[in-house]
Design a protein around this ligand. Sequence first.
Ligand SMILES: Cc1ncc(COP(=O)(O)O)c(C=O)c1O
Length: 393
Amino acid sequence: MEKKIVYDFDMPVSRLGTHAEKYEARERFFGKADVEPFWVADMDLPTPEFLVEKLRARTGHPMFGYTEQYDEVFDAVQWWMKNEHQAEIESAWISLSPSVVTTISMAIQCCTEEGEAVAVLSPVYGPFFTCTKINKRKIADVPLCVENAKFEIDFQALEKTLSRPEVKLMLMCNPQNPGGRAWSFQCLEKVVALCVKYRVILLSDEIHSDIVYAPAKHRSVLNLPAADEIAVVAHSIGKTFNTSGLQSSFVVIKNPKLRSAFRRAQDRAHCGDINLFGKAALASALSPAGAEYKRQLLVYLHENTRQVCARLNQVENLTVMEPEATFLVWSDFRAFGDWQTVFRKLINEANVALSGGNFFGPAGEGWFRINCAHPRSVLLPAVERIVDIFSGA
Ligand SMILES: Cc1ncc(COP(=O)(O)O)c(C=O)c1O
């Protein structure tokens, strides 16, 4: 019997010298090169050795020429979606894409015209806004409500927005970044019904869907037959396997007309393929070995987010959203003054670099997002420093 690998997530691994953005861009974004970084949403936890070995083995051959889109990649995606997300998909429905943000941009280009509008539920991952704006489309922002320290959708406001004739596309973050919400089946059903009613294409960004903590469960839009005609589902191994720098993402579109339109947009931008390391990584990660790594990773990340939330919630006037999904903790610092004051305190006094809420749209102002995908020996002392600075403040 094969020996089970036990992953050690406690061991800090230095990323200095690897051009990691989270580290190298500290001076530029925070004005302090040695502030401890808990911002960019990648993990300071290592990619599993079996995947690294796959890449190492490929570098053993000295030619890195044009590489076909081979079956193992598509088989792996199908296997993963069936086993991890109970979604039966055909190989033909899958397209490769360098990144989820590329997919968002392509969806905007193929589903909307200049001057039309894209619906978003904010606060949400910044490129939902920037991709829309750079493509000269309008943002139709539907702010989320906060109820019992969780985001909820205002369905009345959403219906009003989707009923506007210029709204042709909705970008949904499922699970939600920054709030860590794993949207329920009922909630997705309602969103899909509204999109169908008003003929709006629904892009479901499911990049965080493998990081969901029981009893919460990820519900893919692919599990909703009502969404078959309107859904573009974007996923990636970037978050779960810490491979965002490899640019290995995929898209699932069941509707053949929509899929052709999406692929034409990809062809125009020449971005319907990924590099050979991305393909090797997809084929390797989306496997039983990858599922076991994910299972162990989730135990570690869940404990991290639980401990961070429990500690920060002890600070008077500081409230955090305990995530059902993602390794991110969305924290409300509005009681401690304007966001610039809090930002400076976090950097200069607590020595932590967090993602500022403005990145997630106007509704995020005064909030900060903490990345908990770090070894506990690094994460928990940083949280203690935040607690010290803001207790009694
Ligand atoms: C919701 C969401 N979508 C997309 C991305 C980026 O994905 P990619 O690197 O594949 O473009 C992120 C990264 O943080 C994210 O949180």
